[in-house]
Structure formats: structure tokens, C-alpha cells
Ligand binder design. Structure first.
Ligand SMILES: [Cu+2]
Length: 120
């Protein structure tokens, strides 16, 4: 009687352990994704969004043009420059070292943004 009860009592524990693994996996996935050094900037309504961003060295930023109008991503010091980006075109740049990198759209110079690269 006691043995039967003990065996039966193990089942909820096993179920619990299984559930814990699933929950852990679900919780860990976003952590791993967040740790990946990549981030995104949208180009929309003739503006960079976010206009100002701070990232760690080694981070890759992907700009995506969400407008119907072509835009470029061109740094002030010419360390990076996209071609003309049509709708949904992307431009990527990896920021290896620390610094402040201001950039603009050459077609619409009032469109400006800045990337701060800092050890975090
Ligand atoms: Cu533009």
C-alpha cells in the first residue's frame, strides 16, 4: 500500500521536472537572443528610429528603409555608407570600436542619427 502510493506520487514530480525544463528553455531563448550583438534601426517617415542609439563594441546594426522613398545611411566620417536603399532594403554595419558615429541620409540631409559605441 505504501509502495503503491510512493510510486504513484513520483508521477507528479516527473511531470513537474518536465514542465520546469520546458519553462527554462522558453525563458533562456530570449536571453540568448538578447545576448547576440545585433540591433535594428528603422528608417521611416523621413527619420531614423531610434535617432540615437548606444551599443557595445562588436554590435551589428541593421537599418531597414520602411519608406516608399529612397534613403541612404552615410556616416559623417565616411567610415560607412549605404547605397540608395529602396523600400525594405537593408544596410548593415558592425561597430568594432568605441566612439560616436553621426550619420545622415545624403538625399535628405535633415535626416540625421548617431550611434554611440560604448563598453557596457
Ligand atoms: Cu532620405
Amino acid at each position: 500500500m505504501t509502495q503503491a502510493f510512493a510510486r504513484h506520487a513520483l508521477h507528479p514530480l516527473r511531470a513537474c521536472a518536465g514542465l520546469a525544463l520546458v519553462v527554462c528553455a522558453a525563458l533562456l531563448t530570449p536571453v540568448i537572443c538578447a545576448a547576440a550583438p545585433a540591433t535594428a534601426v528603422d528608417i521611416k517617415k523621413f527619420a531614423f528610429a531610434p535617432k540615437e542609439i548606444t551599443v557595445a563594441p562588436g554590435t551589428k546594426i541593421t537599418w531597414t528603409n520602411r519608406d516608399e522613398t529612397p534613403h541612404t545611411v552615410t556616416s559623417a566620417d565616411k567610415s560607412f555608407a549605404s547605397k540608395g536603399l529602396d523600400t525594405d532594403d537593408k544596410f548593415e554595419h558592425t561597430f568594432a570600436s568605441e566612439g560616436d558615429f553621426s550619420y545622415a541620409c545624403t538625399l535628405h540631409p535633415f535626416m540625421t542619427g548617431i550611434v554611440h559605441v560604448r563598453k557596457q
